[in-house]
Write a protein that binds this ligand. Structure first.
Ligand code: GSH
Length: 103
Protein backbone atom coordinates (compact mmCIF):
# COMPACT_ATOMS: atom_id res chain seq x y z
CA UNK A 1 0.00 0.00 0.00
CA UNK A 2 1.41 3.42 -0.92
CA UNK A 3 2.11 6.26 1.47
CA UNK A 4 -0.18 9.24 1.25
CA UNK A 5 1.28 12.62 0.33
CA UNK A 6 -0.94 15.34 1.70
CA UNK A 7 -0.05 18.40 -0.31
CA UNK A 8 -1.37 21.75 -1.48
CA UNK A 9 -3.50 21.91 -4.59
CA UNK A 10 -0.94 23.88 -6.62
CA UNK A 11 -0.02 20.85 -8.71
CA UNK A 12 1.26 23.11 -11.50
CA UNK A 13 4.03 24.44 -9.26
CA UNK A 14 6.89 22.21 -10.33
CA UNK A 15 9.83 24.39 -9.45
CA UNK A 16 12.53 23.49 -6.98
CA UNK A 17 11.74 25.76 -4.00
CA UNK A 18 8.06 24.77 -3.87
CA UNK A 19 7.79 22.72 -0.65
CA UNK A 20 5.19 20.21 -1.86
CA UNK A 21 6.89 19.67 -5.20
CA UNK A 22 10.27 19.28 -3.50
CA UNK A 23 8.95 16.31 -1.56
CA UNK A 24 6.87 14.87 -4.39
CA UNK A 25 9.88 15.02 -6.72
CA UNK A 26 12.01 13.15 -4.19
CA UNK A 27 9.31 10.44 -3.94
CA UNK A 28 9.27 10.19 -7.74
CA UNK A 29 13.05 9.94 -7.94
CA UNK A 30 13.14 7.18 -5.34
CA UNK A 31 10.22 5.32 -6.94
CA UNK A 32 8.25 5.46 -3.72
CA UNK A 33 4.65 4.51 -4.36
CA UNK A 34 2.38 7.27 -3.14
CA UNK A 35 -1.11 8.62 -3.41
CA UNK A 36 -1.66 12.37 -3.56
CA UNK A 37 -4.26 13.85 -1.25
CA UNK A 38 -4.80 17.43 -2.35
CA UNK A 39 -5.77 19.85 0.36
CA UNK A 40 -7.39 23.27 0.44
CA UNK A 41 -5.37 26.34 -0.52
CA UNK A 42 -6.45 28.43 2.44
CA UNK A 43 -4.82 27.61 5.76
CA UNK A 44 -8.03 28.37 7.60
CA UNK A 45 -9.69 25.50 5.70
CA UNK A 46 -7.12 22.94 6.81
CA UNK A 47 -8.88 21.59 9.88
CA UNK A 48 -8.46 18.00 8.71
CA UNK A 49 -4.72 18.52 8.21
CA UNK A 50 -4.41 19.94 11.70
CA UNK A 51 -6.34 17.03 13.18
CA UNK A 52 -4.07 14.64 11.32
CA UNK A 53 -0.71 16.29 11.82
CA UNK A 54 -1.04 18.88 14.58
CA UNK A 55 -0.24 21.78 12.24
CA UNK A 56 -1.54 23.41 9.06
CA UNK A 57 1.33 23.33 6.58
CA UNK A 58 1.88 20.97 3.67
CA UNK A 59 3.48 18.64 2.72
CA UNK A 60 2.71 15.82 5.13
CA UNK A 61 3.32 12.10 4.62
CA UNK A 62 1.03 9.51 6.18
CA UNK A 63 2.34 5.96 6.32
CA UNK A 64 0.35 2.79 5.93
CA UNK A 65 0.29 2.32 9.71
CA UNK A 66 -1.33 5.75 10.09
CA UNK A 67 1.75 7.44 11.51
CA UNK A 68 2.44 10.93 10.27
CA UNK A 69 5.65 12.57 9.11
CA UNK A 70 6.06 16.34 8.82
CA UNK A 71 9.28 18.29 8.85
CA UNK A 72 10.73 21.10 6.78
CA UNK A 73 10.29 20.02 3.16
CA UNK A 74 14.04 20.05 2.49
CA UNK A 75 14.55 17.67 5.43
CA UNK A 76 11.74 15.46 4.18
CA UNK A 77 13.26 15.35 0.69
CA UNK A 78 16.67 14.58 2.19
CA UNK A 79 15.29 11.67 4.21
CA UNK A 80 13.46 10.31 1.15
CA UNK A 81 16.58 10.55 -1.01
CA UNK A 82 18.69 8.88 1.66
CA UNK A 83 16.41 5.83 1.38
CA UNK A 84 15.41 6.18 5.03
CA UNK A 85 11.84 7.35 4.56
CA UNK A 86 10.43 4.22 6.16
CA UNK A 87 12.95 4.04 9.02
CA UNK A 88 10.93 4.72 12.14
CA UNK A 89 8.01 5.65 9.89
CA UNK A 90 6.31 8.74 11.36
CA UNK A 91 8.57 8.55 14.47
CA UNK A 92 5.99 10.34 16.56
CA UNK A 93 3.15 7.98 15.71
CA UNK A 94 -0.36 9.19 15.04
CA UNK A 95 -1.94 11.67 15.51
CA UNK A 96 1.24 13.36 16.74
CA UNK A 97 3.67 14.69 14.20
CA UNK A 98 7.31 15.59 13.74
CA UNK A 99 7.27 19.34 14.20
CA UNK A 100 8.97 21.47 11.57
CA UNK A 101 12.48 22.58 12.36
CA UNK A 102 13.38 26.21 12.00
CA UNK A 103 14.55 27.40 8.61
N1 GSH B 1 9.18 26.02 5.29
C1 GSH B 1 8.11 25.10 5.04
C2 GSH B 1 7.07 25.77 4.16
C3 GSH B 1 5.91 24.85 3.85
C4 GSH B 1 4.89 25.58 3.00
O1 GSH B 1 4.96 26.80 2.81
N2 GSH B 1 3.92 24.82 2.49
C5 GSH B 1 2.88 25.43 1.70
C6 GSH B 1 2.31 24.47 0.71
S1 GSH B 1 3.50 24.05 -0.55
C7 GSH B 1 1.78 25.85 2.64
O2 GSH B 1 1.21 25.02 3.34
N3 GSH B 1 1.50 27.15 2.63
C8 GSH B 1 0.43 27.71 3.41
C9 GSH B 1 0.76 29.08 3.90
O3 GSH B 1 1.94 29.42 3.97
O4 GSH B 1 -0.18 29.78 4.23
C10 GSH B 1 8.64 23.82 4.39
O5 GSH B 1 9.58 23.94 3.58
O6 GSH B 1 8.14 22.74 4.70
Amino acid sequence: MPVKLYRCSNMWARFRPHPCWKVQKALNEQNVEYEVVKGPYMKRSRDELERLSGQRMYPVIVFEDGSVYRDESRQMAKRIRSGKLFDGQGDQGSPDVSQPTST
